[in-house]
Design a protein around this ligand. Structure first.
Ligand code: BMA
Length: 323
């Protein structure tokens, strides 16, 4: 059972007849491609939230110079999106313009009345940038959470034990051939410490590295974490999705973790693109009334796609197929 708000207008499609998978795809995938931004080479690994009866998001767009920036977008139904033509701007705490939000792989997390964007920022190499906004129009940049190198900063949607909580994946400056998930805690969203190890690269489909995906979903079983896991093969890396349940009060404790993946690149738009064989989840929407979950994921570093699952079925699957 999801602990949270109802979202009656969540994008949704029932599991197709005959499909036995715990996660199934939207039949009109991909939902976002490069045509939504004039200078885009690709739009992928992006994050969405429900806002004012509709949806808003922060999108990763690599332009035709291969510069990586974040863009804002809005949607009435969570499927058809309008994106702003220029990168989102960041302001300092005094309201001065810093510049474009450079970087990639954003997540967006609503905590109380504030939207926080965490993304892979450039600071002598990749690390976790943090910005916040109340109106989803003006974004104030806070201090980077960590020193380099780090990727996949993912906040929890509420304080736990009086502290903000962030998952991350320490990395290197390149196509990191290792990676485990760690957790850090902060009293103020700027000073991060009390670091805890959560879980490491697993076997099989995630033997090379793992990284947290969407903002964890609170359930009565614990925090539902969807994450990416990578296997290196003779022809490159394959990015699949797994799921875990973390303890509600001490979320560095892993209660269950799937041995099999829950989604894996099989469709043409996941297998073919700038980086083949990538499914990279960055956001979910969920409806506490029905248990429906919509998963937004980047496919082949080229487009954004949508998949669905049901919370009780997914948590059952995780428990029954735990490592
Ligand atoms: C990671 C990040 C992701 C990307 C993935 C596969 O290191 O750069 O943005 O989707 O590689 O290329």
């Amino acid at each position: 059972m999801i602990i949270g708000n109802a979202l009656p207008n969540i994008p949704w499609q029932d599991r197709p007849a005959g499909c036995r998978d715990v996660v199934w795809r939207y039949d009109a995938n991909p939902i976002i491609d490069k045509t939504l931004i004039p200078a885009a080479n690709s739009i992928f690994n992006s994050a969405v939230v429900a806002k004012d009866g509709a949806f808003a998001g922060v999108f990763r767009c690599d332009n035709t110079s291969f510069e990586q920036n974040l863009y804002l977008g809005r949607s009435k139904d969570g499927i058809h999106w309008g994106l702003e033509p220029d990168p989102m701007k960041l302001y300092d705490k005094q309201g001065n313009l810093i510049g474009n939000a450079c970087g990639y792989d954003p997540r967006v997390c609503l905590i109380e009345d504030t939207y926080y964007v965490t993304w892979c920022n450039r600071f002598y190499g990749p690390t976790i940038g943090v910005a916040c906004s109340r109106d989803f129009v003006t974004f104030t940049q806070l201090e980077n959470a960590f020193i380099p190198f780090n990727r996949n900063g993912v906040l929890f949607p509420r304080k736990i034990g009086g502290k903000y909580i962030m998952l991350s994946r320490p990395s290197d400056n390149g196509h990191t051939p290792f990676g485990d998930i760690f957790l850090s805690q902060s009293p103020d969203m700027e000073h991060w410490g009390y670091h805890r190890y959560v879980m490491g690269a697993g076997g099989g489909w995630s033997w090379t590295k793992i990284g947290p995906g969407p903002v964890p979903i609170e359930t009565d079983d614990g925090w539902l974490l969807i994450y990416h896991g990578v296997a290196t093969t003779c022809s490159g890396m394959i990015y699949s999705m797994g799921a875990a349940i973390l303890d509600r009060d001490e979320p560095w404790k892993v209660l269950y973790r799937t041995k099999p993946y829950i989604l894996h690149p099989t469709e043409l738009y996941e297998r073919v693109g700038d980086v083949p064989n990538v499914t990279f989840p960055c956001a979910t929407l969920q409806d506490a009334a029905t248990g429906r979950i919509a998963i937004y994921y980047g496919a082949a570093d080229t487009v954004v796609a949508l998949a669905f699952t049901q919370v009780d079925e997914l948590t059952d699957f995780i428990k029954k197929n735990s490592v």
